[in-house]
Each structure stands twice: as C-alpha cells, then as structure tokens.
Design a protein around this ligand. Structure first.
Ligand code: ADP
Ligand code: TRP
Length: 329
C-alpha cells in the first residue's frame, strides 16, 4: 500500500481553500493508502506569536480534520511537536542544503512582503517541511499548488542526501512524488486574492449560517448588471464554486450557463452568491454536525492524537536510525 504524508499549519481557522486544495485529497486517499496527516505546529511559530491562540488553533485543526471526514481508523493524525525527531532531521538536511536554494524559495519572499518578520525560522521553513516529509518515507505528498516548490525542494534535498551518504543500491531516502488536484488552480478568497488564513480573506465552512451568508455576500465582483453576459472564469464566486463542487459537476455547469445568459434571463451576482452559499451548506451539512459532537468530546481527540503520534514515531524511529548511521552518528 502506498504511503501518503501531508500537513496543514494551525495558523487560523481552516477555509474552503484548505479543504478544496488539500483535505479533499486526504479524504479520497485514506481508503486505499496508508495516510499520515499532521498539524504543522512548529511551522506555525514562524507567524503565530500568541500561545493561547496557537493552542486553540492546533486543537481546532484536529477537530476540523475529523469533522471533514478523516477517519482515525484509516489515517494517522498527529501533532508535529509530538514527533520532535523532525527537528533533528531538519538539522541534518540543512547541512546538505545550499543557502542559495532557500534564497530562491518564493513563499519566504511573499510572506516577508506581506509583513511577516524575516526570521531564520521563516527562511529555513522548507527544510523543516522536507524533514516532515522524509521522516515518514512517503510515496506521495498531496498539497495545494502553492506548496509545489516546497515538495520540489524536498525531492532535491533527498537526492542530495542520497548522493552524499547513500549509494545507488541503498538510498537513504525514498524520493516522494508531488500530488496536486486535477484542477490545481488556487481557490481565491473574498477579495479575489489566494484564499489564505493569514490574509483574512477566507470562507470558514463551519461559520454559523447567518455570518456565513454575509461572508459570501462580501465576495468582490465587477459592476456588470444582470442583463450583461459574464465570463464565469473571471469571477471569484465561480472559481470558489467550481473548486468546491468540481468543474464537471452538473451544478457548476449550470451556474456557468447562468453567467453567460443575457437580457431578461441574465444573472445578477447575488444569485451566484446564493448558489455558492447553498453549495457550502449542502457540502458541509454532515461535517457541521460532526464538528459539534467532536467539540464536546476532548478525550476522543486526545486518544486520536496519542495513537497518531505513536504510529508516526514508529516509522520515524526506523528512518532516523538509518539517517544517523548514514551520516556517521
Ligand atoms: P494558508 O495559506 O491558509 O495558511 P496553508 O499554507 O496552511 O494555508 O495550506 C494548507 C494546505 O492547503 C496546503 O496544501 C495548501 O496548498 C492548501 N491551500 C491553502 N490555501 C489554498 C488555496 N487558496 N487554494 C488551494 N489550496 C490551498
Ligand atoms: N507548508 C505547508 C503549508 O503551509 C504545511 C506543511 C508543513 C506541510 N510541513 C508539511 C505540507 C509537509 C505537506 C507536507 O500548507
């Protein structure tokens, strides 16, 4: 069975972009793959400065994973700080990583441009991510398109390490494959830019009904009147809808037709927003109920995390023995 590894930072409430770009893939893979999904708590420290908020967000990501439908009997869920071996591995990988490779990483530049402090931790973020991945020997890493470069860096570091310390018959690391959704376009937020926890432009599928509707009504549009035909591909509302329902879904096709309609049959943006609101309520009806139950059962969450960390550590112990021996420790 192929092994899968991915993670999400607990830097705020998960949003539709995280769901469509990442979680949906985890849900599909868990049936016929060995799936490890973790909460990237160390990574969140590159941006999060409030301990209470971080503690809350870490817990919330786990609850949301479970509410979305990750099944602990099919998928190992753990916290990054319960497997500190990844920090040791990050050091060892950092020693084969040319500084110039980090200089080329675009996420660092983007985050600094957004005002996030330019710490050493933020700069070497991709090395820790490579350690998260290589520590469990996965075959595939399902992520959203914005993480592609990080997975490429991971592959490169694995190859460098193998070149330095392994031989062709016995590489130290398996070189994992990147996995993107078929429609890998990033989901835009209410302001039309990439939806992101740190940009405050997300749509949280677990919001109460009224604020959720209000949030969706806030999505930016141009000022075309209902009578005028509209290109769905240029619309933020449509992009979010298609990412969630799927491009080939009948509802998406129907909405695209409504966009193109003209004259008295034309569509105003309010109608498209209402369709998106209904889609979100419909898609997450079960998840919303499950989440309420999960919030009331903290001992269940603790047990899931204990089992998940145990399973991850069992794999990592073997990998770390191999790696230490390879470098001469
Ligand atoms: P954020 O940018 O909101 O902090 P993360 O960087 O923690 O999100 O991303 C977690 C996962 O969700 C990653 O696999 C990432 O590629 C995916 N993801 C995040 N935002 C989007 C988006 N707007 N569209 C598609 N996928 C996304
Ligand atoms: N950098 C990822 C993000 O922002 C989170 C992450 C950390 C991750 N380590 C990882 C994703 C390992 C996949 C594999 O979304």
């Amino acid at each position: 069975m192929k092994r899968v590894l991915s993670g999400i930072q607990p830097s705020g409430q998960l949003h539709l972009g995280n769901y469509a770009g990442a979680v949906q893939q985890f849900l599909e893979l868990q049936h016929d793959h060995e799936v490890f999904v973790f909460v990237a708590s160390y990574h969140a420290l590159t941006t999060s400065k409030d301990p209470d908020e971080l503690r809350h967000n870490i817990r919330q990501v786990v609850i949301d994973y479970l509410a979305f439908g990750l099944d602990p009997s099919q998928c190992h869920i753990y916290l990054q700080h319960d497997v500190p071996a990844v920090c040791e591995l990050a050091w060892l990988l950092g020693c084969v990583c040319p500084k110039s490779q980090m200089d080329k990483a675009t996420t660092y530049k983007d985050k600094v441009a957004k005002g996030i402090p330019a710490s050493v931790g933020l700069f070497t973020y991709p090395v820790l991510q490579a350690a998260d991945i290589l520590a469990v020997d996965p075959d595939v890493v399902p992520v959203g398109a914005d993480q592609q470069q990080h997975v490429e860096i991971t592959r490169d570091l694995a190859q460098r390490f193998n070149h330095a310390y392994g031989n062709d018959d016995r590489p130290v690391f398996k070189v994992p494959e990147l996995m993107l959704r078929q429609d890998s376009a990033l989901v835009p937020g209410v302001d039309g830019q990439k939806m992101s926890k740190s940009y405050g432009n997300g749509i949280d599928p677990f919001m109460d009904e009224k604020p959720l509707r209000k949030r969706i009504m806030k999505i930016v549009t141009d000022s075309k009147p209902p009578e005028e035909t509209k290109d769905p591909e240029e619309s933020t509302i449509f992009q979010i809808f298609a990412a969630l329902a799927g491009r080939d879904d009948g509802r998406t096709v129907k909405l695209a037709e409504r966009y193109r309609a003209t004259g008295e049959h034309g569509m105003g943006y309010g109608e498209a927003k209402q369709a998106l609101f209904e889609l979100v309520m419909d898609t997450f009806a079960d998840a919303r109920n499950r989440r309420v139950e999960l919030m009331a059962d903290p001992t269940h969450i603790d047990a899931v995390l204990r089992d998940g960390a145990e399973a991850a550590r069992a794999v990592m112990d073997g990998v770390m023995r191999r790696v230490r021996s390879a470098v001469g420790l």
